[in-house]
Design a protein around this ligand. Structure first.
Ligand SMILES: [Ca+2]
Ligand SMILES: [Ca+2]
Ligand SMILES: [Ca+2]
Ligand SMILES: [Ca+2]
Length: 315
């Protein structure tokens, strides 16, 4: 069992109570997932250089996010917080990939060793939410059910992960379900890494990188009793990201930035945003590469001979 599960309900309740309700949704916004070709899938190592090939049109930037705990709902890049978030997928591997680079004036990771279960929500973090089959609905925090039923239901129909680091121990990646097999930083169904350049407790740049296998149903006990979701080109899945920013005060949010702009994502998957799985971009499509190569060859021949190829047959 995932040991972090036990503390989850109480912590999320606290966060919920301190969050004023806002009813703002990104209208008509569909975020795009870049399709990686098989040879170019990113390595999950906290180094985002393997994302450099992703076109800027895929990048979710700071001004797309809304602050859930302030009337200041949107903000451009600033010293306080800025982000470049990218999502990718690969058809053959059937995996989602997420990368984010966060600049923060005070990167605060001050939880003691062994306290991630209690304290990860009071550190700077990236939270990920996936509803692969886009079913919507409550997927966690079933307070009306028995503890045993909660273990079965929590995180079964949608998923919620948190990354916060560099950690004081080995705990920087957490899935808030009881399925331990779906919470591994270096596993077959999940992988996660964090890179950090800067001054701990001061200014810095944090790189988050994650790989996830999508599931329509997660069984608490075993992957073979779960149902993996098959990613299909142009489908829309439920997806959300929140960035927690703690600065001078280690226990009070400076901001909680969200791409859906909706509260209670930890409980209801219809509060997520929409993500469309894009086709391969033209330059990565084999057939078009061949066409371009032939076009360049033809142009080179024309330059060399100064005679249009199309007229040679008439010579
Ligand atoms: Ca990488
Ligand atoms: Ca900040
Ligand atoms: Ca679902
Ligand atoms: Ca911070």
């Amino acid at each position: 069992m995932n040991p972090f599960y036990c503390f989850w309900l109480a912590l999320q309740l606290i966060i919920g109570l301190t969050s004023p309700a806002i009813g703002h949704q990104p209208e008509g916004e569909i975020y795009k997932a870049f399709q990686f070709s098989n040879l170019l899938v990113p390595s999950i190592d906290g180094d985002l250089s393997d994302w450099a090939l992703v076109d800027d049109s895929y990048v979710i930037e700071t001004d797309h996010l809304q602050n859930l705990i302030s009337s200041e709902v949107r903000m451009s890049d600033s010293d306080d917080f800025s982000v470049r978030l990218m999502v990718g997928w690969n058809k053959t591997a059937n995996r989602l990939y997420i990368a984010a680079q966060v600049r923060d004036d005070i990167h605060q990771i001050d939880r003691p060793v062994g306290s991630a279960a209690l304290r990860i929500f009071q550190d700077d973090a990236m939270e990920l939410f996936i509803d692969a089959d886009h079913s919507g609905g409550q997927y966690a925090n079933f307070t009306e059910l028995s503890p045993e039923e909660q273990l079965q239901r929590n995180g079964a129909e949608a998923n919620h992960f948190v990354l916060a680091g560099p950690p004081p121990d080995d705990d920087f990646f957490i899935n808030f379900s009881a399925a331990a097999w779906y919470a591994l930083a270096g596993g077959p169904y999940t992988a996660a890494a964090i890179g950090f350049v800067g001054v701990p407790g001061g200014n810095g740049v944090t790189s988050y990188e994650v790989m996830l296998a999508p599931f329509d149903h997660v069984d608490v006990n075993a992957v073979f009793q779960s149902k993996e979701h098959v990613l299909i080109e142009s489908e829309i899945i439920g997806f959300n990201v929140e960035f927690n920013d703690f600065d001078a005060n280690s226990e009070l949010f400076d901001a909680k930035w969200s791409i859906s702009g909706q509260l209670n994502s930890y409980r209801f998957s219809e509060r997520f945003a929409d993500l469309i799985l894009m086709p391969l971009e033209g330059i990565f499509q084999p057939t078009i590469v061949e066409t371009n190569s032939w076009g360049r060859l033809k142009a080179a021949l024309q330059l060399g001979s100064h005679i249009p190829l199309s007229s040679r047959g008439a010579e």
